[in-house]
Design a protein around this ligand. Structure first.
Ligand SMILES: Nc1ncnc2c1ncn2[C@@H]1O[C@H](COP(=O)(O)OP(=O)(O)OP(=O)(O)O)[C@@H](O)[C@H]1O
Ligand SMILES: [Mg+2]
Length: 427
């Protein structure tokens, strides 16, 4: 048994490992700032020093079994070697003789899995992702009096339960360790710079500076002079793609996008927007009518892909049928509808100029919606980052194509499986 293979720690990591003897110990702050490495070392130290026969469960909670595997088990395995045993679905994990129960906090089963158990140690990766009911069970009714808790998290809204209960609420039984990206002295400068370039605005404050900030006002700080361009000044696209936000009782938006081999990578060439309006005599359109409009919209255009919200089943089916009958070989792709990650992708691409909108009369709705697309203040107050679900149709439609096609970096980052090679590949 030994902890010899652990890496050397930064001064901040070292302090946190030595000091984290409170009942609740939380490492919070910027991405890649060294929180997990320090907290895992402390967790492993606790496991090595504690008698496995002592009563109580050792609970390991992460967003999903997959993220527990990549964020916790794999680094531990690298350091602990033969002192860790596990099977692939993590139904059986043994570290230094302790049987560890792994639970994905996002799963339906999370609540049942922790109900009624008495824990002696709880390790939580991504504390803010744990649903409130499960947090209540873990920290109030259940085991916190006797259990030691080690948790890591990136910052979220200051209205988030985790912020209100632990971060903003100093108690002698809560020890907090705040990390900024700069605190990780092991990262190379170019990597830190690339991470900084990845986030802008509120996301920069959260993920680079490690601050608990709320999203307010307009979602995208839109600058028409740099984020729109005359069509004739844009490079010639080598292919085109379409993105669709479909609504029966809500507006439907299509965007035709040019894909280039230079900069910008992608631009919205034209748009289509249909909103029923009884006063103007515009009734609801059937799925077939909207699909007619779509095929008219892409007539004579070299379209290779169509991105559509996976929940828009009727329209998807109609398009699929129509593609076959018209013999157009276009890939129909289910868009990734992850809202917050998608917003980061879009914001980043707008800011760094890899996405622009052509000045075209049919893009006016899309440009206008930038000033109307705002965070939902009511949801903010209960700690949820969500846009108001109004005037969001062109924004959803743009996000579908941008995030599904170019959002890999954010997705990987979220799953914490990104390494240097992947990062350089993406650029
Ligand atoms: N003590 C250390 N020695 C060597 N490298 C380290 C050390 N601490 C951190 N690192 C490097 O920094 C990377 C990020 O560290 P870590 O995963 O602990 O960050 P984090 O704050 O948990 O990030 P996230 O918020 O993205 O989960 C590690 O993958 C590793 O490459
Ligand atoms: Mg981490």
């Amino acid at each position: 048994m030994g902890l010899n293979n652990f890496p050397k720690l930064s001064p901040k990591q070292k302090f946190s490992v030595l000091d984290s003897t409170a009942r609740i110990n939380i490492w919070h702050g910027a991405v890649r700032s060294g929180k997990t490495i320090a907290s895992l070392l402390r967790f492993a130290q606790w496991l090595a020093e504690t008698d496995p026969k002592a009563s109580g469960v050792v609970l390991l909670m992460g967003y999903s079994i997959d993220t527990i595997m990549s964020n916790v088990i794999m680094p531990l395995e690298e350091w602990l070697g033969k002192d860790i045993h596990y099977n692939q679905d993590l139904s059986k994990v043994i570290i230094f003789g302790h049987k560890i129960r792994c639970v994905g906090s996002s799963s339906e089963k999370a609540r049942g899995a922790v109900k009624g158990i008495t824990c002696k140690c709880i390790y939580i990766d991504e504390l803010t992702e744990v649903p409130k009911v499960v947090l209540d069970m873990l920290f109030t009714r259940n085991s916190s009096k006797d259990a030691i808790v080690f948790a890591t998290t990136n910052p979220d809204s200051p209205y988030h339960d985790v912020y209100k209960r632990f971060i903003k609420n100093p108690k002698d039984y809560i020890h907090l360790y705040h990390f900024k990206l700069e605190d990780n002295i092991f990262l190379e400068d170019w990597y830190v710079q690339q991470l900084k370039d990845l986030y802008t605005g509120m996301f920069y404050q959260r993920y680079i500076l490690g601050e608990w900030t709320s999203m307010e006002g307009c979602i995208y700080p839109f600058d028409e002079s740099s984020m729109t361009a005359e069509l004739y000044l844009l490079p010639k696209p080598y292919t085109k793609v379409v993105s669709i936000d479909f609504g029966m009782n809500n507006p439907t938006s299509f965007g035709l996008y040019g894909i280039t081999s230079t900069y910008p990578k992608i631009f919205r060439e034209r748009g289509y927007y249909y909103q029923a309006n009884q006063q103007l005599g515009l009734g609801n359109k059937t799925v077939a009518m909207l699909t007619d409009d779509l095929f008219e919209f892409i007539k004579n255009e070299p379209v290779s892909e169509i991105y559509i919200d996976p929940s828009a089943l009727p329209m998807k089916e109609e398009i699929r049928r129509r593609l076959i009958t018209t013999k157009r070989w276009i890939r129909l792709i289910d868009a990734d509808n992850t809202v917050l990650d998608g917003i980061q992708t879009q914001q980043n691409m707008l800011e760094n100029g890899s996405y622009v909108i052509a000045k075209h009369p049919t893009n006016e709705q899309c440009i206008k919606d930038y000033s109307l697309y705002v965070w939902d203040n009511k949801k903010q107050r209960i700690g949820e980052d969500r846009p108001i679900k109004e005037d969001d149709h062109t924004k959803d439609e743009e996000r579908y194509v941008l995030h599904t096609k170019y959002g890999a970096l954010q997705k990987k980052n979220k799953n914490r499986t990104m390494n240097y090679d992947q990062l350089t590949e993406e650029y």
